[in-house]
Design a protein around this ligand. Sequence first.
Ligand SMILES: NC(=O)c1ccc[n+]([C@@H]2O[C@H](COP(=O)([O-])OP(=O)(O)OC[C@H]3O[C@@H](n4cnc5c(N)ncnc54)[C@H](O)[C@@H]3O)[C@@H](O)[C@H]2O)c1
Ligand SMILES: O=C(O)C(=O)C[C@@H](O)[C@H](O)[C@H](O)COP(=O)(O)O
Ligand SMILES: [Zn+2]
Length: 364
Amino acid sequence: MTVRVDLPGRAYDIEIGPGLIDRAADHLRPHLRRPRVAVVTDAHVAALHWPAFRDALTREGIEAEALVLPPGEATKGWGHLSRTVEWLLERQVERRDLVVALGGGVIGDLAGFAAAILRRGVRFVQVPTTLLAQVDSSVGGKTGINTAHGKNLVGSFHQPVLVLADTGLLGTLSERDFLSGYGEVVKYGLLGDAAFFEWLEANGSSVATRAPGALDRIVRRSCEMKAEIVVRDETEEGDRALLNLGHTFAHALEAATGYSDRLLHGEAVAVGLGLAFDLSARLGLCPQEDPSRVRTHLQAMRMKATLSDVPGDLPGAEELVRLMGQDKKAVGGKLRFVLARGIGRAFVADDVPTGAVLEVLRNG
Ligand SMILES: NC(=O)c1ccc[n+]([C@@H]2O[C@H](COP(=O)([O-])OP(=O)(O)OC[C@H]3O[C@@H](n4cnc5c(N)ncnc54)[C@H](O)[C@@H]3O)[C@@H](O)[C@H]2O)c1
Ligand SMILES: O=C(O)C(=O)C[C@@H](O)[C@H](O)[C@H](O)COP(=O)(O)O
Ligand SMILES: [Zn+2]
């Protein structure tokens, strides 16, 4: 299956399906000016999937060398960005070469940003290996790192030239990482496709058992929706913010939990989705039963769904609102939220009373 991201001058394909890694050379060759690639990955992926990926390239005459970074969100910072850029420069990676991000969203965001700033822009390919990366982070060109001030605060829009989403790789993902990625899948249904959300409600058990047909379907539908929004608004002047449903809450929770294993990004998004619907219901925008419908599905999938599911203590509501102050959607110091008029009907709201946000956080 192929989903096209039809950006003028920078169009690219997202290839989706099992077994793509084995045919990686065929997909990469049209983009290569010389037969070598520089791969950035993490230690888990290096142990599980790098040998097969490397062999698929080298047996077709493409030289491939990898930088192996530590797994986890803490890698997405200045230290490993600098290490990655220096490693690429040591290997004399040129503007016309390809950097390959082989891994989850952490590797994709970091390696994509390294490629964006290396020699003022080197082309890169995303080979997403987590559900989250296949449905979301490998598509659309948001690259970057976290800083002490917050999530993804330094980065660039830099589109890949190709995305190879081998759904066969998802079999080795831990249950927790798989469900974290599923948080972003639910987001798509809630933001713009009620029928897709209904399908998820009805077919959650096939997704949970990672039935190949169900995986291909959720990756394809998510990528179609993301591609369509990104083509409409690449740099988030307007509609792209819809992809941020649940994220104003999620990013504050990730900051409050120190970007650690305590709360993964997709887990924070799942909790944030419930809170975004709470806020929408409190403001009279969506039916009162929608927040519980959202949480019922998350809980049926055995996911974190409420603030009380976050392990350990959280700061109070005022502190969480303060952490939201770094949100990139803010304008003139005023927060903006993605809210919903119902399941599948999200929109960007400018004038959200802080009192309502505080109430939602106190009761969520
Ligand atoms: N750029 C975007 O548009 C965008 C969108 C959504 C999320 N993100 C970012 O993505 C990041 C989260 O991504 P993630 O959830 O993929 O996390 P991740 O990259 O940390 O991967 C999660 C874990 O899975 C392991 N892993 C990866 N592939 C595996 C496989 N096939 N089998 C077994 N283990 C595997 C990794 O080593 C890691 O331990 C966050 O930093 C988030 O901000 C970016
Ligand atoms: O691609 C987008 O646009 C998104 O908002 C997708 C989000 O799932 C993702 O977490 C993104 O990195 C958040 O972006 P940010 O600009 O709010 O940091
Ligand atoms: Zn996200």
